[in-house]
Design a protein around this ligand. Structure first.
Ligand code: PHE
Length: 451
């Protein structure tokens, strides 16, 4: 405790979030590429509004309790994602288990910045109009991702991320989110209005919002829960890390609700952009890169002022991605600052260089280096995505719920909830969340199959 108080490099010391800055930064972390290219698709596939309801239930019943647990542990420990468990008064073994939640965001970051780089490239290409000179958007995307250009953009995305994190919490991450989140909201609204006023947009809106309860299934529930975790950036040490910089006086309960609401509203509006646009141009609303980089450019190319709206859309994605990537980089940065007492700048420079190097095989795994394109059915990039999102994330979530539910005597004080809410919270963390998160893990690793 003493060394922590006297150590200037320890996170959570003098550099803190303001109350609003913290909520914006947490929302910035949660809204990301997942909201845009995964959420609308899985919603459409699993019954539209019926699935959306399920998602809201998962988010409230499981997502928010785990989110609150991460924040409370982080604030009580004032360490990093790994050290906070022990500093908050938990058994030593959680210090080792917590390391997983430092490694996971580091690995995610290595491929997340690559996609962030793609969005920057597409924003430039759209505003300049070059994207629309050739309407073979699939071919353009393949040529781009199979070349060396993505590496340049990967470096740009890491440089922006590293620059923000090097400037610290209040002067870097908080400021960045305070400027970009309002910008993100304006872009969302402009693009939503554009999308819902397109001819034929109504079909997309009703596809998204028509509840089809017949498509609800146990599988849909596990997909909804897995996505609630990914979307809130849980199980990745992020809220544990951000929590360390939150003031003692901040009430965590209302902050948790605000973060959940922010993520939900963003996901909803993303659906109101994607479905009307794809319906209006008769395109399949697929998931992943093919939606964002192939299907949507085709739509933009056919709409009036499409280059402008397309450019705005890619800027929106770039902002969503970068406010998430700074949160990812802060986790290992805070860990090495806490653990080895390195200065912030040195930590950021070394980790960013490693992110760059370890990201290279992902950046090159779309065709240019044959050995990386197919490693047992997936390319290098997809493997990293699979391991982190499908294995490390639920495991990280399990560790947090089990810790807070069973091993943490100070949970009541740290969460600052009224007695009744505290009992509900503890009940969820003890009996509901671990079981369901474990089922998600069995599902994402293919142990449970629904065919
Ligand atoms: N929540 C982000 C999204 O929806 C992804 C993310 C996961 C970011 C984990 C940081 C950590 O895209």
């Amino acid at each position: 405790m003493k060394s922590q108080l006297n150590n200037p490099a320890s996170p959570g010391k003098s550099d803190r979030f303001s109350s609003a800055g913290f909520i914006l930064a947490a929302i910035g972390s949660s809204v990301g590429l997942g909201n845009m290219w995964k959420f609308p698709y899985i919603t459409g596939e699993h019954g539209g509004a019926a699935f959306f309801l399920l998602f809201i239930i998962c988010l409230i019943v499981i997502g928010l309790p785990v989110l609150l647990a991460e924040l409370a542990i982080g604030r009580a420990g004032r360490g990093s994602a790994a050290t906070s468990f022990v500093k908050a008064g938990g058994p030593k073994v959680f210090g080792h288990l917590g390391l997983l939640q430092v490694i996971a965001p580091f690995l995610i970051l290595t491929f997340y910045v690559i996609v962030a780089g793609w969005t920057l490239h597409y924003a430039v290409m759209s505003f300049s109009g070059n994207l629309y000179n050739n309407t073979d958007f699939g071919g353009q995307f393949t040529t781009f991702t199979e070349g060396y250009m993505p590496i340049i953009w990967q470096i740009v995305a890491i440089a922006i991320t590293g620059w923000v994190v090097a400037k610290g919490i209040s002067g870097g991450i908080e400021k960045f989110n305070k400027v970009l989140i309002p910008g993100l909201i304006i872009l969302l609204i402009v693009l939503m209005i554009r999308a819902v006023t397109l001819p034929g947009a109504g079909a997309g809106v009703s596809f998204f919002l028509n509840p089809d309860f017949s498509k609800l299934s146990p599988e849909a529930a596990l997909v909804a829960l897995g996505h609630a975790f990914f979307s809130l950036s849980l199980g990745m040490g992020i809220l544990l890390t951000y929590g360390a910089y939150v003031d003692k006086r901040q009430s965590l309960g209302p902050a948790t609700l605000a973060i959940g609401a922010g993520d939900l509203i963003y996901a909803f509006i993303a659906g109101l952009i994607i479905f009307p646009t794809t319906a209006s141009f008769g395109i399949e609303p697929n998931a992943g890169p093919s939606l964002v980089f192939i299907a949507l450019p085709a739509a933009f190319s056919a709409m009036p002022l499409g280059a402008f709206f397309g450019g705005l859309f890619f800027i929106l994605l770039a902002i969503a991605a970068l406010t998430s990537s700074v949160s990812l980089l802060e986790v290992p940065t805070s860990y090495v600052m806490d653990r080895w007492h390195w200065g912030r700048t040195k930590s950021v420079v070394v980790i960013s260089a490693l992110v760059m190097l370890i990201g290279l095989p992902s950046a090159l795994s779309f065709g240019i280096v044959p050995g990386l394109t197919d490693i047992g059915g997936k390319n290098f990039f997809d493997w990293l995505d699979f391991i982190t999102s499908n294995i490390l994330l639920p495991v990280g979530g399990l560790i947090t719920t089990i810790f807070a539910g069973y091993f943490w005597k100070k949970a009541a004080d740290a969460a600052g909830l009224k007695a009744g809410w505290f009992r509900v919270w503890l009940f969820m963390l003890r009996y509901i969340a671990p079981v369901l998160v474990f089922l998600v893990l069995l599902h994402t690793t293919g142990v449970i199959k629904f065919d």
